[in-house]
Ligand binder design. Structure first.
Ligand code: 5AD
Ligand code: SF4
Length: 350
C-alpha cells in the first residue's frame, strides 16, 4: 500500500525523495505500476508523438579508455574508421530526405575532429535545415560555445554515474568534476541538454542510481537516456554481469515521473537486451527513438558492447523498422523538431 501511495504521489507532484526512489528500485512487485504511471505522465506532458533522431556514428576513434566500452583506446581488436566530412553530410542529407528532422553526430573522443573540422561539419549540417545534436564528449568551454555559435542545437553527454568513486573505477584518466563542468557549461550556453547514465556497472548500488536520477533534475537536463551496461569481450569488464532491462526501465520510469516534460529515448541497449525492449520503453515513459542512419559498411565497427542491436541494417531499413514499431503500438511520428517542452518553456521564460 505504501508503494502504491508513493507512485500516486509521484504522478501528481513529480517529487520523490532519494529514499522513495531507492525503495521503488529495490521492490519489483510494483514495477508494472511504475511503468504505467510513467506512461500516463508521458502522455500528459509530451503527448503520443515519438520523435526520431537519425544517429550517425561518424568515427570510432577514442582517446579515452573506459573499462566497459568496446571503442576504448586499448582495444586493438577493433578496425578504426573515420568517415570523411562530405560523406557524413551525405548521410545527413539522406536522413533528411527520409523525413528526419534531427540528426545526431556521435563519435568517440577523436582528436582528428578538431574544433575547426567540427565547425565545418556543424555548419554543413545546419545548411540542410536539420536540428543537430552533438555527442562527441568532453571539450573545453569555448569549444562548446563555438559549436553552439555554428548552429548546434543539442548535446548528449552522459554523466554515466554520479558516484565519483565508481566513476573513477570505470574511467581511467578521467575526472568526474570535468564531466559535470561540461554539462553546466552547455546548460548555460543554451543547449538543449542531454545526459544519462549507464546502469549495472560493477559495484553500482540502488542508492547511487537514485542519486543519478536526482542529479538530472539538479543540472536541468532536457533529455535523459538510460542504458543498461552490456559487457564487451575485448574490455576489462568482459566478465562482469551487466545491467538488466527491468532496472533500466525502472530508472527510466522514475526519471519520467520527476522530470515530466523532458525527452527520453528508448535506448539501443534496451533493444539489445530484449527484442521488444524499445517498445516496452516507449510504454514506460520514453518518447524518442534514435534510428541508426550510419552507412552499413561502418556499423559493425561501432560496437560499444556485444550484440548491439541492428548493426547489420541499412539506414532505410532501420527507419522502416522503427516506423512499424511505432504504428504497432498506436503512436505517431513527430513531424517537427521535437524539442522538449521543458526547454521550450525555459526559452520563453528568458
Ligand atoms: N554497455 C552499455 N552502454 C555502453 N556505453 C558504452 N559502452 C557500453 C556498454 N558496454 C554507453 C555509454 C556512452 C554511450 C554512448 O554508450 O553510456 O555514454
Ligand atoms: Fe570513448 Fe565514449 Fe567509449 Fe568511453 S564510452 S571509450 S569516451 S567512446
Amino acid at each position: 500500500m505504501y508503494m502504491h501511495d508513493l507512485i500516486k504521489k509521484a504522478i501528481t507532484k513529480h517529487d520523490l525523495t532519494k529514499d522513495d526512489i531507492v525503495f521503488l528500485l529495490n521492490n519489483d512487485e510494483y514495477s508494472e505500476e511504475l511503468f504505467k504511471a510513467a506512461d500516463e505522465v508521458r502522455q500528459k506532458y509530451v503527448g503520443d508523438e515519438i520523435h526520431l533522431r537519425g544517429l550517425m556514428e561518424f568515427s570510432n576513434y577514442c582517446k579515452n579508455n573506459c573499462y566497459y566500452c568496446g571503442l576504448r583506446r586499448d582495444n586493438k581488436e577493433l578496425t578504426r574508421y573515420r568517415i570523411d566530412i562530405p560523406t557524413i553530410l551525405g548521410m545527413a542529407e539522406h536522413g533528411r530526405d527520409m523525413g528526419l528532422k534531427t540528426v545526431v553526430l556521435q563519435s568517440g573522443e577523436d582528436v582528428w575532429f578538431t574544433k575547426e573540422r567540427m565547425i565545418e561539419l556543424v555548419s554543413g549540417i545546419k545548411k540542410l535545415d536539420l536540428a543537430l545534436t552533438l555527442s562527441v564528449g568532453e571539450k573545453p568551454t569555448e569549444e562548446y560555445e563555438a559549436y553552439k555559435e555554428a548552429g548546434a542545437d543539442r548535446f548528449l553527454l552522459r554523466i554515466e554515474t554520479t558516484d565519483k568513486e565508481l566513476y573513477a573505477k570505470c574511467h581511467p584518466g578521467q575526472v568526474w568534476e570535468d564531466r559535470a563542468r561540461c554539462l553546466r557549461d552547455m546548460k548555460r550556453q543554451g543547449y538543449e541538454l542531454g545526459s544519462g547514465c549507464i546502469l549495472g556497472l560493477p559495484g553500482q548500488t540502488m542508492e547511487s542510481l537514485a542519486d543519478d536520477v536526482l542529479f538530472f533534475r539538479e543540472i536541468g537536463a532536457d533529455m535523459v537516456g538510460v542504458g543498461p551496461f552490456i559487457p564487451h569481450p575485448d574490455t576489462p569488464f568482459k566478465n562482469e554481469k551487466g545491467g538488466t532491462l527491468n532496472t533500466g526501465l525502472k530508472v527510466m520510469a522514475l526519471i519520467r515521473l520527476i522530470l515530466p516534460d523532458i525527452n527520453i529515448p528508448a535506448t539501443t541497449a534496451m533493444e539489445t537486451l530484449a527484442p521488444n525492449g524499445q517498445v516496452k520503453a516507449l510504454q514506460s515513459g520514453a518518447n524518442v527513438i534514435m534510428p541508426n542512419i550510419t552507412l552499413k559498411q561502418f556499423r559493425e565497427h561501432y560496437q560499444l558492447y556485444q550484440g548491439k542491436s541492428s548493426t547489420n541494417v541499412a539506414p532505410d531499413k532501420s527507419l522502416e523498422i522503427v516506423h512499424e514499431k511505432i504504428k504497432s503500438i498506436g503512436r505517431t511520428v513527430g513531424l517537427d523538431y521535437g524539442q522538449s517542452p521543458r526547454w521550450l518553456a525555459e526559452r520563453q521564460g528568458l
